[in-house]
Design a protein around this ligand. Structure first.
Ligand code: FDA
Length: 395
């Protein structure tokens, strides 16, 4: 059998976290080899942010992440911050802009971020192997051995950066979870996050033909709320407010939508009744909400008539419904369209400063494979950079 090729570090996965860990370790003089099974690195980066990659969020805080162990992300996020990544982007001459709420996007293309990471890897002497499938991972006396379609690789340190289950067509696999289990790690249940919600039954029937209508809402589930826009789709609801709340919403739980966020809808309707008593409710709602949506509400939920024919109690009830529209979601669109995977490798078995396994020295997990999931808006890439950096500094 051919002799194993050795390096100091083997990284499984040439996505955001894997490349960042590799270049960080390479800059420290470590000999690093990245094993990527897809035919190119960073496919999710390429498709992110509508092709412009929302590469960080200037307001990144630990509160923007979901995890069973909420303190875990603090150390890495504090040591590698958005301004560090922005400085790197600027050094590479990549133009960017803030879209909203601290979200930074490339002016031109996500390709620039992938090129920047790969250029940094080359400069740091990192070897990247694409189209390389892993057949087995073994523990040896000196560290780890990977048997792959391109030969056998040995290293004392192994970094698992194989991501989550979202978008299987882009190379996502459950490989990292199986490997974690192989080395005795516990997993927290995985589910799709930042994902459109589906509707069924009469809700679906009454909403389908409104596909394409967008409106600002405040979406709430449990104690969490997000104000942003909602988009009605052929299958259900999407848009930033819905994607955000999808990570907190549990199947079967009510979803609350405030259709007039920041306003007491009942008080607004009482005022409108005094100002325009002859106007129909439908007309007034069409001024406050997208017209087709308002008309559908009047067909399904409220009977439209001139405002003077409503008494204050009735208007208050209509207002309560508008501020607390009870929509029953039947499920999510699943990993096919989800931006992230919630759950994963239990961080209680990892060091928060180095990402190293507490069960198997030399084994590290970075990025989405572990149970740390960010909100929509550049937080997930910031976690990939920060966790990759923490491990890259330690290996
Ligand atoms: P990532 O998925 O990037 O990389 C994992 C790598 O491992 C992949 O290259 C994969 O092919 C490889 N791999 C898997 N199994 C393997 C195996 N067995 N052997 C070898 N290699 C293997 N976030 C954000 O902050 N801003 C944004 O704009 C967006 N936009 C966005 C859009 C879309 C459509 C999606 C699906 C996701 C986003 N995200 C995002 C989320 C973001 O892309 C995600 O959180 C990071 O890419 C996670 O980085 P990782 O490196 O952990 O996984």
């Amino acid at each position: 059998m051919a002799e194993a090729a050795s390096s100091d570090v083997l990284v499984i996965g040439g996505g955001a976290a894997g490349l960042f860990c590799a270049l960080t370790a390479g800059q420290r003089g470590r000999r690093v080899r990245v094993i990527e099974h897809a035919n190119r690195c960073g496919k999710k980066i390429l498709m992110s942010g509508g092709g412009r990659c929302n590469f960080t969020n200037t307001g990144t805080r630990p509160e923007n992440f979901l995890s069973a162990n909420p303190h875990f992300c603090k150390s890495a996020l504090a040591r590698y911050r958005p301004e560090h990544f922005i400085a790197l982007v600027e050094r590479h001459g990549i133009a960017y802009h803030e879209k909203e709420l601290g979200q930074l996007f490339c002016d031109d293309s996500s390709k620039q971020i992938v090129k920047m990471l790969l250029d940094e890897c080359v400069a740091a002497g990192v070897e990247v192997r694409t189209s390389c499938s892993i057949e087995a991972v073994e523990k040896t006396a000196a560290g780890f051995r990977l048997r792959t379609s391109q030969g056998v690789f040995d290293a004392p340190a192994l970094v698992v950066a194989s991501g989550g289950l979202s978008i299987p067509s882009m190379g996502a696999t459950g490989f990292g979870y199986a490997l974690a289990r192989q080395f005795g790690h516990s997993l927290l249940p995985t589910r799709a996050g930042l994902v459109p919600l589906t509707l069924s039954g009469s809700h679906a029937e009454r909403m389908q033909d409104l596909a394409g209508v967008a409106l600002p809402v405040m979406a709430s589930a449990g104690r969490q709320s997000f104000s942003n826009s909602m988009l009605i789709t052929h299958r259900g609801i999407s848009g930033p407010a819905i994607l955000q709340i999808s990570s907190y919403w549990q199947a079967g739980e009510p979803l609350r939508l405030d259709l007039l966020p920041g306003e007491d809808a009942g008080a607004r309707l009482q005022a409108l009744r005094l100002e325009r008593p002859d106007a129909e409710l439908r007309t007034l709602l069409s001024e406050l909400l997208p017209k087709r949506f308002a008309q559908r509400l009047c067909e399904d939920a409220f009977q439209s008539r001139p405002m003077r024919q409503f008494n204050p109690k009735e208007l208050q009830q209509i207002g309560t419904t508008l501020n607390n529209w009870p929509l029953i979601a039947s499920g999510t669109e699943g990993y096919r369209t989800a931006e992230v995977t919630l759950g994963g490798v239990d961080t209680r078995e990892l060091s928060s400063s180095t990402m190293e396994s507490k069960l198997c020295p030399g084994l590290y997990f970075v990025g989405e494979v572990m149970d740390v999931t960010g909100w929509l808006g550049g937080y997930n890439f910031q976690w990939a950079w920060a966790s990759g950096h923490a491990a890259g500094q330690a290996v």
